[in-house]
Design a protein. Structure first.
Length: 137
């Protein structure tokens, strides 16, 4: 898997005069069972979040409110995604470096994850990530 496997997903949305409702079901609307949900909010101006890769974990990153940019990097190519619609998520596959930048005021970034928190699944150093990616090729 690599950057070409990461993609924007349009999530199921229901609209009527009362407002909008978006539905996300694991293994139905997204390609994995949801094992963990977390969200980022009140991010300091100029702060960068993420800044790591995962060995096995898959994620969907959804902007519940506001907007932010996600930069994905597979060791050969970098791609920026601007997320601003709560009915659209970004699928991030394993072994892809991610950084989240440019949080707008009052933004909320929700992440759906395929695994429980496992410190050993994280790669925090970019050089280590590059070595791991080259080892898989």
């Amino acid at each position: 898997m690599g950057l070409m496997d990461c993609r924007l997903l349009d999530l199921q949305e229901f609209r009527d005069e009362r407002g909008n409702l978006t539905v996300v079901e694991g293994n139905r609307h997204i390609p994995f069972d949801i094992q963990r949900v977390y969200y980022l909010y009140d991010v300091s101006d100029g702060a960068v979040r993420g800044v790591h890769a995962h060995r096995e974990l898959q994620q969907i990153i959804i902007p519940l409110s506001g907007s932010f940019d996600v930069i994905l990097d597979d060791g050969q190519e970098r791609k920026r995604f601007h997320l601003s619609r709560p009915n659209q998520g970004l699928y991030v596959c394993p072994m892809v470096w991610r950084e989240i930048h440019n949080f707008s005021d009052h933004s909320v970034c929700m992440v759906l994850a395929s695994r429980h928190y496992e410190p050993s699944d994280y790669i925090h150093e970019y050089d280590e990530f590059l070595s791991a990616v080259r080892g898989k090729r």
